[in-house]
Design a protein. Structure first.
Lengths: 527, 527
């Protein structure tokens, strides 16, 4: 049986230190739940003493059921000259109720003098007392030896003495950190081997990507004996980021034969990576190894024909092992066959003319910025309209939005909608906490009495992407809306330079789709 | 004297295979000239037989003066069963007039059978005759052994036989390629050592980043004896990209003590990297090692206070060695020390009470969803207001927005603004292609006659981020706006459940900041 490597995810703590990433408590809960199901062994939720949002996260997290992961709270060794029993940072960890505490402490003499302004002896006492305090209270302690490798280069005896202090005080894991991210794999390997000679505890590795070597350094540490890897999804993290678990995990499992995730879970890697990017609102680089959209995309003609004969000629692993897909970048006619496949799924028949019209129409819409991969309900409405079988359930004459803001008051938003259902005219208005919400409310109010299905559906997600940012306030935006009723969820899209118009398109598609599905179900029940 | 490593840049050929990168001949000329001055030893201009644009590049390149680099043209071994004298791909290389030809050939038996459909013997003849043909005509030949490492794993004798063939036919360099990008540093090291035992020619390394290990693999190869590194600026390239020379070079020079560039040129690295991104129209990732905007950015409060005492505590190299800069970010994780640093930068003095008030205020705003690290102008306004030194240049009484859409017509948007400048009242209206654009237009119209500086500024970027997506259309949004005048650019932020109100806040800050800077400049000129 393959040897197990423990996965320690710090996306929620170290990852959120990345410039441009700011996670709400709700975001953190979503990410943590997904990573738990994925099979992380440890999830570091945050630093409760430093951040009130993190304390709120732990309060909510403690009420949830965790399937696989142990939650860890982060903190530092007690202050120089202080008492552990009075250290707010340690008391906050106890208050979270977690069973794992991750404590970072100094290992580099330079830091002891210059950052802590204390003596080498006092730093050892800080490590000993802090780890001991938490262990006595029943916590599993992960000791993160900050700057271990720099400290080891500068003063190896002292760096090792710090580790020994943490180990003898009862830490379960000693984690060696390349905090500044500047080490080379050979240095890591040599230092880990040395540590193994003097420390009789399981070791972990925590690297940063400042030299573009975080993944290589992590692998070198594992090969030298570390059994815990710390990192983040997509390598998020301060400066150049942390070790990217989305690359570390497949390298360990597929290339080196270790076991990290529960069997079969590696196939979720691409989805997990994209989910976390989505929640963090970070655009995933197309060329990201293993999980990127281009990671198995073949462009050159020679590559493409060879790949068709035997994929291993130009692919280092089969993409499906990490849940990714092969792509051949010859877009031209790829559309028609895809589209016929989609139409058949919906039970629609499109003739050749209809198909090529729809292909043209979709190409034009995509050129304008529409994206149907994330908006299959809008695509289905488009195909149904093209097949000539679709009847619009209502017609909108107009809508009007009024937003007003007076000095020092909150803005108000009001929407007026006039529409027709058959030969009946509905003219109504509603308020909302923003213009799109007002429009949503007015449209529901107008439709509910005719179509009770509208009452059963709700919008569950609303996304805005600015498509040409440099056009500033006159930029085009794409709006994606996700909706749900008791049984289904569906997504729709709208594009315009006017964000209200784009939202309107997506809203309208969402409601039409709800009615379409309702009609289909009624027919199915009547049949 | 440090040992020299030869730099071989293939941004113009392998780099341009990246999805989304398309370089014109003019682009290629610009990049090549910059890389020549930077100090590349070889610049691969393209594959003249495969791409007419590349032939045009070589025609133009031959008329230019090159200071440092040798231009190389790319091609493959002759066709199975063909004659070198009639091979169009080789004749095209001769036609370019370059003095260096880089020839790729098969080394992996699987490829010989499955991609070339020929025999192992014929492939050896193809290598021998192709290299010999070009050497006889006075060219320096770089032999790229495609898939060398995969071939070596599968059939080491044959892989080595291919290299021997190229070496004995007169190739000046034997370059070992990890074409599929899936190798690990240990495999690279072992194979390179083996090759050195049997090949008496200088060796090169060419890696891809499919395992996120291209830089580590390149360094491993150099440490095992390779003396040429092939790669691209910013790691551009097919799928996950090539070895990133912007990381390889500083690692070789600063960490391993080799010599790559002419003395002093490493300081141009950041500028070269950004220049190439600019020309390729690729947004550079902020977290790119060494050269990224965030590569030396410090966010956590502990890091910041330590860096201020001694930068090496949290920086693996001094940023100026690669022409980059240190930055300090403000965020909820940071304390008073970040803020004092910022205030000092702005020439503001905050007393202890003011500082702690601002820290509290920023924490509260960040809890609401504001983010100041990407909105330094909003932060500066906040700090100036806190210092009591700021006077608002105008007061807004109200604004009102009207958006209307009639069946089958485009939506219209109109904004009405009433504001006061001193004791003068301005009441005006404007249209726009969306509500925010209309508001922008109305505000400018109202302010321009009082503040001509407004005419000189323009908005250059507009970003919308939905903060709690599951709240759907009643979700809170954050808007970031970037603006620019002749000399500066600045960013501002707004947050609200009403997207128009959020945009309004960011717009207002942007215009106030423009007036603030204008005032500062006027004062500076008058002083």
């Amino acid at each position: 049986m393959a040897e197990k490597i423990y996965l320690y995810d710090t996306t929620l703590r170290d990852g959120s230190q990345a410039e441009g990433i700011s996670l709400s408590v709700e975001d953190k809960i979503k990410i943590a739940k997904r990573l738990d199901l994925f099979g992380m062994d440890y999830i570091e939720g945050g630093w409760p003493a430093a951040n009130p949002k993190d304390m709120e996260f732990f309060e909510r997290a403690q009420r949830l059921t965790w399937h696989h992961a142990r939650l860890a709270a982060f903190g530092r060794t007690r202050k120089p000259g202080g008492r552990v029993e009075e250290d707010e940072n340690l008391l906050a960890i106890l208050q979270t109720g977690v069973k794992v505490a991750t404590i970072f402490g100094k290992t580099w003499d330079l830091h002891v003098y210059q950052a802590l302004n204390t003596t080498l002896e006092e730093n050892l006492a800080m490590i000993r007392e802090t780890v001991g305090f938490l262990v006595e209270r029943g916590l599993e302690v992960v000791y993160d030896a900050e700057h271990f490798f720099d400290g080891y280069k500068n003063n190896p005896d002292y760096a090792l003495a710090c580790l020994k202090e943490a180990a003898s005080a009862g830490a379960s894991w000693i984690v060696l950190c390349d905090t500044n991210g500047g080490c080379l794999p050979g240095e890591i390997e040599e230092a880990v081997k040395r540590v193994r000679q003097v420390i009789d505890k399981p070791l972990g590795i925590h690297t940063h990507n400042d030299g573009e070597l975080a993944v290589a350094n992590t692998l070198a540490a594992v090969m030298a004996g570390c059994r815990q890897v710390q990192g983040t999804i997509n390598g998020f993290g301060e400066r150049c980021g942390n070790a990217n678990l989305c690359s570390v995990i497949p390298n360990l499992e597929l290339k080196l034969g270790y076991r990290c995730l529960p069997p079969g879970h590696l196939r979720e890697l691409t989805e997990v990576s994209r989910y976390v990017s989505e929640i963090a609102n970070v655009i995933q680089p197309n060329n990201q190894p293993f999980v990127g959209y281009s990671a198995f995309a073949h462009k050159g003609g020679i590559h493409v024909s060879a790949v068709m004969k035997n994929a291993s000629t130009y692919e280092h692993i089969p993409p499906e092992k990490v849940g990714n897909k092969r792509r051949v970048l010859v877009s031209e006619l790829a559309g028609a066959s895809n589209l016929r496949y989609k139409a058949a799924e919906m039970g629609l028949k499109l003739d050749g003319r209809q198909t090529s019209d729809v292909v043209e129409c979709i190409k034009e819409l995509e050129r304008q910025g529409y994206q149907f991969e994330g908006a299959e309900a809008s695509l289905e409405l488009l195909l149904r309209k093209a097949s000539g079988e679709y009847r619009q359930p209502f017609q909108v004459d107009y809508f009007r939005i009024l937003v007003e803001k007076r000095e020092d008051q909150e803005a108000t938003a009001e929407a007026i909608v006039k529409l027709r259902v058959g030969d009946q005219v509905v003219h109504t208005a509603a308020e909302g906490n923003g213009p799109v919400n007002a429009l949503d409310n007015a449209l529901r109010k107008a439709l509910e009495e005719f179509f009770p299905a509208i009452r059963r559906m709700r919008l569950t997600d609303y996304k805005v992407r600015v498509l040409d940012e440099e056009a500033a306030t006159s930029a085009k935006v794409r709006v994606l809306i996700e909706s749900r009723d008791a049984n289904n969820s569906w997504s729709t899209v709208g594009v315009s330079t006017n964000i209200i118009e784009a939202s309107w398109e997506a809203l309208l598609d969402s409601m039409e789709y709800a009615l379409l599905k309702e009609g289909a179900q009624r027919e199915a029940a009547g049949a």
